[in-house]
Design a protein around this ligand. Structure first.
Ligand SMILES: CC(C)(COP(=O)(O)OP(=O)(O)OC[C@H]1O[C@@H](n2cnc3c(N)ncnc32)[C@H](O)[C@@H]1OP(=O)(O)O)[C@@H](O)C(=O)NCCC(=O)NCCS
Length: 133
């Protein structure tokens, strides 16, 4: 499997990815705005075919959030999701300077907690529970 990563996602690719995993879709204008205001984004292709994406949004300084991590069903369970998260973590780390720290948060959908634990994230619902609106 020839997996390649690059750091740009078009709105059509974003739409193709979120539709492939059955997520709610957005208008093109919303997606364009979201991508234009994204801190870091990663796209994985396999043999030239779009296979997965992931994004980081945040303030470039203290806190950021992993979002829209998704791998097309036909490419799942080949390690691509973990590699996307790793790429994003590396991009974040490369911009955190000596003596600084940045918190990386995420809100996994139910059932995906152990995937993120494998990617190095802590899951401790007795101390921290995510919330959303
Ligand atoms: C979650 C998702 C990104 C994982 O991508 P993937 O490419 O299949 O994951 P990987 O192959 O890199 O899996 C890495 C490890 O996590 C495990 N894993 C993957 N998905 C998992 C899940 N949903 N629950 C538990 N473990 C999971 C794999 O078994 C693998 O473990 P192993 O190394 O011990 O074999 C993918 O299933 C997906 O896109 N799902 C739909 C969208 C989604 O729910 N995204 C997350 C939103 S929070």
């Amino acid at each position: 499997m020839d997996i390649k990563f690059d750091y740009n996602i078009t709105s059509d690719e974003f739409l193709e990815m979120v539709e492939s995993v059955g997520w709610k879709t957005y208008s093109k204008k919303q997606i364009d705005n979201a991508l234009a205001n994204t801190m870091y984004m990663v796209k994985a292709t396999v043999d030239g075919k779009l296979a997965g994406i992931g994004r980081v949004v945040g303030d470039y300084s203290i806190v950021c959030m992993l979002t829209d991590i998704c791998v097309k069903p036909e490419f799942q369970k080949h390690g691509i999701g973990l590699k996307i998260v790793e790429e994003l973590k590396n991009l974040i780390s490369s911009n955190v300077h000596e003596g600084e720290k940045m918190q990386i948060e995420l809100t996994p959908t139910a059932g995906n907690e152990s995937f993120y634990q494998k990617a190095g994230f802590k899951y401790n619902p007795e101390k921290i529970t995510g919330m959303y609106l």
